[in-house]
Design a protein around this ligand. Structure first.
Ligand SMILES: NC(=O)c1ccc[n+]([C@@H]2O[C@H](COP(=O)([O-])OP(=O)(O)OC[C@H]3O[C@@H](n4cnc5c(N)ncnc54)[C@H](O)[C@@H]3O)[C@@H](O)[C@H]2O)c1
Ligand SMILES: [Zn+2]
Length: 676
């Protein structure tokens, strides 16, 4: 036997012991289960080849870990064991062959097939139907007393119903359903608190609390899957079949997983495995495989157990949903609205049956939260149809040459500067008028009805023009001509002519529409109107400082920062100059001094149909005279301007005794102050 083999064994055992300690004692594993399983199998293989090296202290011979001293201890009269694993059909058939050989039987076995719940094993002792004690598995023979904690789990009956054995130790899994887990983590993230890596850790961490009040607040659930010690002088408990016992437990009030089935033969067990795997993503809780148990209790008895696990059961695992891999690089993608998303490039790894080589890192805050560096070993998780996520970094395995992730300051698509608004997680490209990544969206917005209002310029056309390379910025719209349009699929001469006409017509607009059309984030119609009225010219808006911008009605810090950084971006300036050169124009807005704002401080409401102008137009003019235009009538409303067919708002105005103006009265005010 070689020195190096002994050394390798020693290292494997030490590593596994460390992982077990972090997992069972601290409820804070550092590596995914798949990594633990990989090393565990490696150890098993070596020990199988060299049985002389097996010692009773090897992780392959032991269950869990010692209980924590902060809890009082509970001795398990019947040890709580682990399970042997099967990872593929072959090792499953090895299991069925083993039991057939051992029982010297060629008949098909009856199995009790159950989902393998991903939580932690708990023993609950009932005496004369009353819950008297609950314990964790611990190291299999000694567990932690968690009676008060377990009593807070609503699914667990404090008293069993019906005629039950004098002593009945129910065993099962405490777990955290996904909905509760997600809600709890979302709340923790919002409060800036630590989040749990997965539902198993959350369940274990929540249950093993000294303060049971904390446990009580956690969304824990329990399914029973077996029985430990029993004293049953009146023979209440079935003695034939494990499945029957579970059904009895159910009648006595214990929750049992509804997916549990009794199946006959190895093929049926395999079918069950496939069936549950297909259900996996739609179950309300996480499972990591199925447990196939010989159903006959007599056969179970005959098979017995080895050091660590019963011989009559096997945990048939599903492909792992969490894997260890290396972060090779981080790239930055620009979304349709300019959001910059860091994307992790990973050494390809099979997660849950699919090869994963990318994962989203969301934003800069997430990178900081993970404390991740290029070159790190990371845990990738892919559950259900959710896109792959990086859960955590294995700091212990950080290589010396790991490098920081540097967030770009310029957009990787268009080189415009990247803005990060205070209080917002996403960083964004500020080159909204210029950025190729945002082009389709910005064109669609630019031509829309409330913006430049180009009739017949639909979303499809916008996409086509961008895809054909005919439009690279909104300014290119005004360079379109007959030949370029007629080159497009399904574009007839008549519609091309109509479109060119509509484009020409759109050149005459208002300053507010133009500002809105630029698509500055968070600058909606109302803000665009306020900006136009306040500054009255485009250059004034372009040059306004953040402080000046904040003096405008409804413009807070965020909007002010956005407007300022939009106009500061040179690429946008170029496009705006081109638009103005294309002869886009608007009527001049006469600057009114504060003293010339006769409606300052008044809140007005427009209702009904106006005949002389659109409602937006009227609103803009009223705002220029200093009024606030609101959408609803209250006692604070100064006047309601009622057009034709005014309805409920007029009624309400009358009820509240609010002044009502006719359209003509409004026009008179406009005339009086020269607002036309
Ligand atoms: N990530 C890590 O660092 C780390 C460390 C140690 C262990 N682990 C994980 O834990 C596993 C070993 O843990 P284990 O000894 O608890 O074994 P196990 O989880 O493989 O199987 C035994 C356990 O399965 C559970 N179980 C769920 N449904 C069941 C059912 N229907 N019937 C019976 N039992 C059911 C019980 O809690 C039981 O104790 C490893 O395979 C590994 O995945 C991970
Ligand atoms: Zn860009």
């Amino acid at each position: 036997m070689s020195q190096s083999l002994v050394l390798q064994l020693q290292q494997l055992r030490q590593q596994l012991e460390q992982y077990s300690y972090q997992y069972y004692v601290l409820d804070q594993p550092t590596v995914p289960d798949s990594e633990y399983d990989r090393l565990f199998q490696q150890l098993q293989r070596i020990e199988a080849e060299h049985p002389e090296l097996i010692s009773s202290t090897s992780p392959t011979q032991r269950v869990g870990a010692k209980p924590l001293a902060k809890f009082s201890q509970v001795q398990h009269q019947i040890p709580m064991l682990s399970l042997d694993n099967a990872f593929d059909d072959e090792s499953f058939f090895a299991f069925t062959k083993r039991i057939a050989d051992s029982l010297d039987s060629s008949a098909e076995f009856s199995f009790c097939s159950e989902p393998k719940l991903d939580g932690l094993a708990v023993s609950i002792r009932y005496e004369n139907g009353e819950l008297v004690q609950a314990a964790t598995r611990g190291d299999g023979s000694t567990g932690e007393n968690i009676t008060t904690n377990v009593k807070t789990i609503r699914a667990i009956p404090l008293r069993l119903q019906g005629d039950v054995p004098e002593v009945l130790e129910v065993r099962g899994e405490v777990f955290m359903p996904l909905a509760g887990f997600n809600a709890m983590n979302d709340a923790a993230a919002k409060a800036g608190q630590k989040i749990f890596a997965n539902p198993r850790n959350a369940a274990a961490g929540s249950l093993r609390q000294l303060d049971a009040k904390i446990t009580a607040q956690r969304p824990l659930m329990f399914y029973a899957y077996g029985i430990g010690e029993v004293i049953d002088s009146n023979k209440k408990l079935a003695t034939d079949s494990h499945y029957q016992q579970l059904m009895q437990l159910k009648q006595w009030g214990m929750p049992i997983c509804p997916e549990v089935r009794q199946v006959k033969g190895s093929q049926a067990a395999l079918d069950y495995y496939q069936h549950i795997m297909q259900q996996r993503d739609s179950l309300a809780y996480e499972i990591d495989g199925v447990v196939i148990k010989v159903d006959s209790l007599a056969q179970q008895q005959a098979l017995g157990f080895v050091a660590r696990a019963p011989r009559w059961a096997v945990a048939f695992k599903f492909p792992a949903q969490e894997m260890l891999t290396k972060l090779l690089a981080v790239e930055f993608q620009v979304g349709r609205t300019g959001a910059i998303t860091p994307v992790a490039r990973l050494a390809p790894v099979n997660v849950g049956g699919v090869t994963v080589s990318n994962a989203t890192l969301h934003n800069q805050d997430e990178i900081a939260r993970l404390g991740i560096k290029v070159g790190d070993q990371v845990i990738v998780r892919r559950a259900g149809d959710v896109i792959p996520q990086i859960v955590s970094v294995v700091l212990e395995q950080r290589p010396d040459d790991a490098s920081d992730i540097v967030f770009p300051t310029q957009c990787p698509v268009c080189d415009s500067h990247i803005e990060r608004i205070s209080g917002e997680a996403a960083a964004r490209c500020s080159g909204g008028l210029f950025c190729g990544a945002q082009l389709k969206e910005s064109i669609k917005h630019f031509v829309s009805r409330k913006a430049m209002d180009i009739d017949g310029f639909g979303d499809k056309l916008a996409e086509q023009l961008v895809e054909q390379g005919l439009i690279k910025t909104p300014a290119d719209i005004y360079q379109l001509d007959m030949p370029s349009l007629l080159g497009l699929e399904r574009m007839a001469e008549k519609s091309a002519m109509n479109l060119l006409h509509a484009i020409r017509q759109s050149k005459q607009t208002t300053l507010a529409r133009f500002i809105y059309a630029l698509g500055i984030r968070d600058v909606g119609e109302a803000t665009a109107i306020s900006l136009a009225n306040h500054f009255t010219t485009l250059p004034a808006i372009q040059q306004a400082s953040i402080e000046q911008l904040q003096q405008v009605d409804d413009v807070g810090t965020v909007v002010a920062e956005r407007v300022q950084s939009f106009f500061a971006e040179e690429h946008n300036q170029t496009v705006i100059t081109q638009l103005c050169q294309a002869d886009i124009h608007w009527p001049e807005i006469a600057k009114l001094e504060q003293t010339e704002q006769p409606l300052a401080g008044q809140t007005l409401v427009l209702t009904g149909t106006l005949t002389s102008m659109g409602r937006d137009d009227a609103k803009a003019k009223l705002q220029r005279l200093g009024a606030k235009v609101s959408g609803s009538v209250s006692a604070k409303t100064h006047a309601v301007i009622a057009g034709d067919n005014a309805g409920s708002k007029l009624v309400k105005a009358n009820e509240l005794n609010v002044t009502v103006w006719s359209e003509q009265e409004m026009l008179d005010v406009f005339n009086q102050y020269g607002v036309n």
